[in-house]
Design a protein. Structure first.
Lengths: 113, 115
């Protein structure tokens, strides 16, 4: 079992729909990141969370530390939101894994007009 | 140029050859990370540097892989005796420090193809 699991692996939506992507992890973490990767493009950091909820424009990210679960929501989705969304966790403080990110396999989102 | 840059953007080599991949981090960033992303997968960690030293190299798959950062800025990932299974996109990222509150900024990657 991977340390970071995302669901769904593929997601297709119609423009305007509310989208949720889920991420579960099995290790202690110091932070959780949501990243966006466009085809042929680089990776962009969307959010970094250690607790609670963050909002940026139409994007909302939440994390439940006790349940080891995070969600990324996109409101009023648009075709330009089509990309791969990746959840990544940063190791707990004090260990050698503290600096590195451990990634989920990504969720491929396609939003149709 | 404010972002992380990587060169070359594409590298095609033959099995058994030696390759070097370069990463220029954002100026002033002390932490530098190397990841590898195979087709259809999320990135996987290889190694990260804090300054000139490798703080964690546990992700390097075997001793054919080596990375250096001699002056605490530019880093080179070196792969000896390349194998077809090494084909992937190699990603570099940097952050101001190696702490959980610092965002990692990713470069565009180097696509390595081993024939």
């Amino acid at each position: 079992k991977n340390e970071v699991e995302q669901s769904p692996q593929n997601l297709t939506a119609q423009e305007g729909e509310f989208i949720t992507i889920n991420c579960s992890y099995s290790v202690g973490i110091s932070a959780l990141h949501w990243l966006q990767q466009h085809p042929g493009g680089g990776i962009v950091s969307l959010f970094m969370l250690s607790s609670g909820k963050k909002k940026h424009g139409r994007l909302i990210a939440t994390i439940n530390i006790q349940e080891k679960h995070s969600s990324l929501h996109i409101t009023a989705s648009h075709p330009r939101d089509s990309a791969v969304y990746i959840c990544a966790v940063r190791g707990g403080a004090g260990g050698t894994s503290y600096g590195k990110l451990t990634f989920g396999q990504g969720t491929i989102l396609t939003v149709h007009p | 140029g404010a972002g992380v840059s990587q060169t070359p953007s594409n590298k095609v080599t033959e099995k058994g050859k030696y390759v070097e991949l370069r990463c220029d981090p954002i100026s002033g960033h002390t932490a530098l990370y190397w990841y590898r992303q195979s087709l259809g997968q999320g990135p996987e960690f290889l190694i990260y540097f804090q300054g000139t030293g490798a703080a964690d190299d546990s992700g390097l798959p075997n001793d054919r892989f080596f990375a250096v950062r001699p002056e605490g800025s530019v880093s080179t990932l070196k792969i000896q005796r390349t194998e077809r299974g090494d084909s992937a996109v190699y990603l570099c990222a940097s952050s101001l420090r190696a702490v959980s509150t610092d965002t990692q900024y990713f470069g565009p990657g180097t696509r390595l193809t081993v024939l």
